[in-house]
Design a protein around this ligand. Structure first.
Ligand SMILES: O=C(O)CCC(=O)C(=O)O
Ligand SMILES: [Fe+2]
Length: 770
């Protein structure tokens, strides 16, 4: 099956001189496409490829800005939650997968008196004028859609009167998909997860790399390639509901590019929504679905892609994951391996529930957690593949085990029966068309097997964990302890072999090239990245053999620079240094600040005073960089740690050679050129009492370079910063080892995860704001 191409000639944005015969033909082709595939290419719409390219080019200028310049434009900073920048991996369109490998900017508010990217002149104008072009085209299509169903041609149009105002959620989204190194992607991660769109219709324009795939009615993904000069249009969920499933909203996705393909990708999506207060009632009068208010429906759907409803959507996933994985290790009445989000709910209800007897009858099948693809199969009465069925069983059992750890066959039978009752066509036991047994015996068996397996795997894990802890004793020889700490959080600490095709000579050649690039005024950044990646093996060898910082600085100058360190750090830990940090600040920073200033202050007078002092120092300084400073200062005070082990202060005009090095710690230290972080405009970094960077223009960069240095150069966290650094590591740099620590070995310290950090992470993730 292919996506049809329909010619809009004669009905373009500029002309409407179409004969009634051609108009009817146009309506018929659209209807066929919308009922069979849900997607259609429109050619000759009046929106030209040139217009599309212009919007993509200006968008690319925005996406190329350093992350900290985009942070102040985050979605969370606008009055409208659907306007603004969405950072990489922030959104998961398929909630079962890790965050999508895409960045986006949504234009929902059009006025000029709000924040727009300052450094990209013309950005707002280009987005807004393209928004208007897409609006006009959408209204034309909506009119044809009404007509094609034999209804009043205005039936849909009249529900979209307010596009572009605050009474309508229609949004233009420009998307950027950075190059992907498939070996760095998380398991199951895609560029854009499987989903269907929420509103009425969507217009889509892709860059020439293509990559979009659409799930066909027969259950296979078909490619939706780039066709120059066309607009790809698809039906969204609310329209499917509106037309009582006559028009279909197809699932689509953007998979990762094939290994070795380092293409980027861009797209523009114009999501058309009905006006907020419109009541969507099945247009054929069938009442197949109850009437629903447009905005209520959409709000519900948005919540799903920014975190499941059960969890507080402002908590970062790394906190959630870490807190839940460690809860099971701490003993207590409810210490099963429940995900964090379910704990409070199940303990709350347990006091008023008669134990175990009837939970299964009231058990809510977690339909919402089923993958979209499975739901699509069930809804269409198709039999899911064995793999989909296993996934369904896994999801259901996971929820059942949160209700009770003693699940009897009766419980499983009740649940299986309820599942099969809803989708008999897809799930009943049948042999050549006849139902066999009760119709749900296989599902009962599958659920029971899964429950048994899950129980076994939890006990095995607990036993293993205990063994590990026993081996983490203070008896370990110091070299072994140091080696564990050096490799802490790393995935490629030491490489056994040179990359294929590389020799000692070629590595030497690349190193010399890097050295000469370092001397240039504006060296080619891509070349630096490529050469740094290619020589990672030799860099690691030099570092692990103990080469001193001053020689590393001569041999690998870019290692101490933002680009080079980012590449080295990413190879070493699998984490992109600054991007991850900025994303987590976007997700969790505000929450941390609020928690510190409302909850934590109430617990300690000392901390209350420290917070007042930090706020006084901040004064009128606003901005996201300042928020990060405040966050770090608050953490240092909260843990009662040593600020002067992280920061040294010098005059704002001080040169690298003038810094009094004997005052500076040996560990990576941020040298603040000014009286406070807030008033400073320049920072330096010292490692081993050597200034390795003398002109860092932003606090966030300085913090990332300081943090990255601990990992890249095998340096242990100083005891005086143990908790602050581990908290930053887990919550903001997403490095979450299950065990161990990177804190220097002192007589009293041991190799365990820091309890204070753990407690703060859990308090923070459980804290519910009003
Ligand atoms: O980038 C694309 O082509 C797909 C984007 C998409 O489907 C969406 O954001 O809803
Ligand atoms: Fe989509």
């Amino acid at each position: 099956m292919e996506i049809p191409i329909v010619n809009f000639e004669g009905y373009t944005l500029e002309e409407s001189n179409i004969s009634s015969e051609d108009l009817q033909k146009l309506c018929n082709s659209l209807k066929t496409a919308f009922t069979n595939v849900g997607f259609v290419y429109l050619k000759n719409t009046g929106i030209t490829q040139h217009e599309v390219n212009e919007v993509m080019n200006i968008s690319k200028e925005f996406f190329d800005l350093p992350a900290e310049m985009k942070l102040p434009l985050s979605r969370s900073t606008y009055s409208d939650p659907n306007h603004g920048w969405v950072s990489l991996e922030r959104e998961r369109l398929n909630p079962q997968r890790p965050g999508d490998l895409k960045e986006a900017f949504n234009t929902r508010l059009l006025q000029s008196d709000i924040k727009w990217p300052e450094n990209v002149p013309g950005f707002r104008e280009k987005q807004v004028s393209f928004f208007m072009r897409c609006k006009d085209l959408s209204l034309k299509v909506l009119k044809l859609m009404g007509r094609s169903l034999g209804l009043d041609p205005d039936v849909f149009v009249s529900a979209h009167k307010c596009i572009g105002t605050d009474k309508n959620g229609t949004t233009l989204r420009t998307l950027y998909y950075p190059p992907v190194q498939s070996d760095h992607a998380k398991e199951g991660q895609l560029r854009c997860g499987e989903h269907s769109d929420y509103g009425s219709i969507t217009l889509l324009f892709q860059s020439p790399e293509g990559g979009l795939e659409v799930l066909s009615r027969s259950g296979e993904y078909i490619s939706a390639p780039y066709i120059p000069g066309t607009a790809l249009l698809n039906i969204a969920d609310l329209m499917q509901r509106w037309t009582s499933d006559v028009f279909i909203s197809a699932i689509h996705r953007v998979p990762l590019p094939p290994p070795g393909n380092s293409n980027t990708r861009q797209s523009l999506a114009f999501f058309v929504h009905p006006d907020d207060e419109v009541l969507i009632t099945c247009c054929d009068g069938s009442n197949k679905y109850p009437p629903i208010n447009s905005v209520d429906y959409l709000m519900e759907r948005f919540k799903e892609s920014y975190g499941r409803q059960t969890q507080d959507s402002s908590t970062s996933s790394s906190i959630q994951e870490f807190a839940s994985s460690h809860r099971s290790a701490s003993p207590g009445p409810s210490s099963s391996s429940q995900p964090l989000s379910s704990i409070s709910a199940s303990t709350r209800s347990s006091s008023c529930r008669s134990p175990d007897v009837d939970w299964a009858d009231n058990f809510n099948i977690p339909w919402k957690k089923f993958p979209e693809e499975l739901i699509q199969f069930l809804e269409r009465g198709k039999r899911p593949s064995p793999q989909m069925r296993r996934e369904m069983v896994r999801i259901v059992v996971c929820d059942m085990m949160q209700k009770s750890l003693h699940i009897s066959k009766r419980h499983t039978t009740v649940v299986a029966k309820n599942i099969v009752a809803k989708y008999p066509k897809s799930l009943q036991d049948v042999v050549t068309g006849d139902m066999i047994g009760s119709g749900y015996d296989s599902l009962v068996k599958e659920l029971q097997n899964r429950i048994e397996n899950t129980k076994h795997s939890t006990t095995a894990k607990m036993r293993k964990r205990k063994l590990h802890t026993e081996s983490d004793t203070d008896e370990m020889p110091p070299e072994k302890t140091a080696a564990i700490q050096d490799t802490y959080g790393c995935i490629k600490w030491d490489l056994k072999f040179l990359p294929l095709g590389e020799t000692a000579e070629s590595q030497q050649g690349s190193r010399e090239k890097l050295q000469s690039l370092f001397k240039l005024n504006a060296p080619n950044q891509d070349l630096i990245k490529q050469l740094t990646r290619a020589t990672f093996y030799t860099q690691r060898k030099d570092i692990n053999n103990g080469k001193e910082i001053k020689y590393l600085l001569e041999d690998w100058p870019f290692l101490f620079d933002e680009i080079g360190m980012a590449i080295h750090f990413e190879e070493l830990t699998g984490v992109s240094l600054k991007e991850t940090f900025i994303r987590n600040v976007d997700l969790t920073g505000e929450r941390l600040l609020n928690y510190m200033k409302t909850v934590a202050v109430a617990k300690s007078k000392r901390f209350l005073q420290a917070v007042a002092k930090i706020q006084l120092m901040r004064g009128e300084h606003t901005g996201s960089s300042e928020d990060v400073m405040e966050m770090v200062l608050l953490l240092l005070s909260y843990f009662d740690e040593k600020k002067d082990v992280m920061f040294s202060y010098v005059e704002d005009t001080c040169l690298a050679g003038e810094v009094q090095m004997d005052q500076v710690p040996l560990t990576p230290t941020i040298i603040v050129c000014g009286q406070s972080c807030y008033s400073a405009r320049r920072w330096m970094l010292s490692v081993d009492r050597i200034i390795v960077q003398d002109s860092i223009p932003s606090f966030i960069s300085a913090l990332c370079l300081m943090f990255g240095s601990f990992y890249c150069f095998n340096i242990h966290y100083p005891a005086g910063l143990a908790s602050t650094l581990e908290f930053l590591q887990r919550c903001f740099f997403s490095i979450n080892p299950e065990k161990g620590t990177k804190v220097e070995k002192t007589r009293t310290s041991c190799l365990h995860v820091n309890n204070r950090v753990l407690t703060l992470i859990q308090d923070l993730s459980e804290w519910r704001t009003q």
